[in-house]
Design a protein around this ligand. Structure first.
Ligand code: SME
Length: 161
């Protein structure tokens, strides 16, 4: 369903096409925090999703990192919620309806569907997860996953240099 939706006159595919080169340019900033902050902002405002952010693995839990959107949960345990499960399984999770994901952590009642992808560190460990939430049910498909894998590779290039 995502490909046919147009917001501000652009299809989602067109938005991804415009977003990815922007993210590569923003990744050239040498400071990791400056680069990651701008990248999250570019995704949020370029794509129009409800909430976009990184949770960072610190002392065996996920801690809220750079994000754009409403105030969010700050700490998530290993295997907890969608984010903790993506971390544990080292795999992307697409949740079509957050109410049907057992253990989903609701930071906002506006969030209806989400995609969470692991971001890998130098040694193949999960260093962060990228969490993107939509206020529409079933807003993410395999097309979004393919594009967000490219986004994650850009984030990995920043944190592993
Ligand atoms: N829904 C996530 C928690 C993070 S917020 O959506 C920003 C989860 O279940 O892990």
């Amino acid at each position: 369903m995502s490909d046919s939706i147009t917001v501000s006159g652009y299809t989602r595919e067109e938005k991804y096409l415009s977003l990815l080169p922007q993210l590569k340019a923003l990744a050239e900033e040498a400071d990791q925090y400056a680069a990651l902050g701008n990248i999250i902002s570019a995704i949020k405002y370029g794509m129009g999703f409800f909430w976009v952010g990184l949770y960072v693995v610190k002392n065996n839990e996920l801690v809220l990192g750079p994000f754009q959107g409403t105030v969010a949960c700050t700490r998530i345990g290993f295997g907890k919620g969608v984010c903790g499960t993506a971390w544990k399984n080292k795999r992307t999770i697409i949740v079509e309806d957050v109410n049907s994901f057992e253990g989903h952590i609701a930071c906002s009642s506006e969030s209806k569907s989400e995609i969470v992808l692991p971001v890998f560190g130098k040694n193949g460990e999960v260093a962060m997860v990228l969490d993107v939430d939509s206020d529409l049910i079933a807003d993410f498909t395999a097309v979004d996953e393919t594009k967000f894998i490219e986004v994650v590779r850009i984030i990995e290039s920043i944190i592993n240099r």
